[in-house]
Design a protein around this ligand. Structure first.
Ligand code: SF4
Length: 345
């Protein structure tokens, strides 16, 4: 994305939301740190629900540490991975008390040294609690940066480095929140709502999702099922259906041409009971029925001895063998009979 387009993009985001901020509820850097720590793979809504009960009884690292892991677990058990998160939070409280005087350090390295605090959590705390121009890349920002073509990259670290380079200094402090809110509510993961996106003309993602209302209006209204059934019961509809299920030749025959375009008889239509066989046209020969028997056999069946070639048909091989054997036997008998007769004579 060209620098002018990037500037235009953030100008529009700022015009729509001049003071963007996190949706996590907090009143101090410590509460923000704990809320962000609890929010990994959970929703801000779910975290807020839990911390609304937790923070009134544990506003400081000392108070939370006093709850212990079991005590804290009771407040956060509605959040995913709560056992591990509770352990990390109590250990974080201990380190804050022992190493940072009960304060959240304004230092990336010190923050990332806390259990359960990674680069993203440190970036959020530095940006939101201390006003540092960092850009934490979460799943929403990663997706939006790639789709827009703002800071394409294969992993969050690459995207973060590119964002830090391309986002103008004037917008850097709030860029994280503008992008996260845009990804959460407009440029959604499964179906981005491009039709209402304020930066659609600057976005590199294709194709754009069309307005579902406009798509619904463009579709022809669906007929109610009852109406469809009633229509299908009409004789004219049945006739049309029957006609359409047949080929052009059959349709032509039904229209009075017994031979249709191909000249084949109307057997199919008659078989289906859709029509009586039409009388053959004057002077037309009745087509002979074909049988599976060969031409020679057909000729024999007609009482002729000649096949298609005009030569006499040969008897079947077996019959020939039997006949010659019988002839031989007969000849032998006749010979012996003659011999006997001669003897008697
Ligand atoms: S046009 Fe669509 S894909 Fe592009 S940023 Fe807007 S919502 Fe996301």
């Amino acid at each position: 994305m060209k620098p002018a387009a990037v500037a235009e993009l953030f100008t529009r985001f700022r015009a729509a939301n001049p003071k963007p901020t996190t949706e996590l509820e907090y009143s101090s850097p410590f509460e923000l740190l704990i809320a962000v720590l609890l929010s990994a793979q959970a929703t801000d809504v779910g975290v807020n629900k839990a911390t609304r009960k937790l923070f009134p009884v544990a506003r400081t690292p000392q108070a939370m540490y006093a709850l212990g892991v079991d005590g804290l677990t009771e407040y956060v058990r509605t959040i995913g991975l709560y056992r591990n998160k509770a352990k990390n939070a109590i250990e974080t409280c201990r380190i804050l008390i022992e190493q940072h005087g009960g304060q959240v350090p304004r230092d990336r390295e010190a923050l990332e040294a806390l259990p359960g605090v990674g680069r993203k959590t440190a970036n959020v705390v530095l940006n939101t609690a201390f006003g540092e121009p960092t850009i934490a890349v979460d799943t929403h920002i990663f997706r939006v940066s790639n789709r827009l073509g703002l800071a394409p990259g294969k992993n969050v670290d690459v995207v973060e480095q590119k964002l830090l380079k391309v986002v103008p200094a004037d917008f850097k402090l709030d860029a994280h929140h503008w992008l996260i809110l845009h990804g959460r509510y407009v440029c959604k993961a499964l179906k981005p709502e491009c039709w209402r996106c304020p930066v659609s003309d600057l976005c590199a993602h294709k194709p754009k999702t069309p307005d579902p209302d406009a798509v619904a209006d463009a579709k022809p209204a669906r007929k109610p099922v009852a109406q469809k059934i009633a229509e299908s019961m009409q004789p004219s509809a049945r006739k049309t259906r029957a006609a359409s299920s047949m080929g052009a030749a059959s349709q032509a025959k039904m229209a009075g041409d017994p031979h249709g375009t191909s000249g084949t008889p109307v057997r199919k239509a008659v078989k289906k009971g859709l029509q009586k066989a039409p009388p053959p046209p004057a002077g037309a020969k009745t087509p002979k029925r074909r049988s599976s028997t060969g031409a020679a056999s057909q000729t024999k069946m007609a009482g002729k001895a000649l096949g298609t070639s005009g030569k006499p048909s040969k008897p079947p091989a077996k019959a020939t063998a039997r006949t010659s054997a019988a002839a031989k036997t007969g000849a032998t008998r006749n010979t012996s009979q003659t011999a006997t007769t001669r003897k008697r004579g």
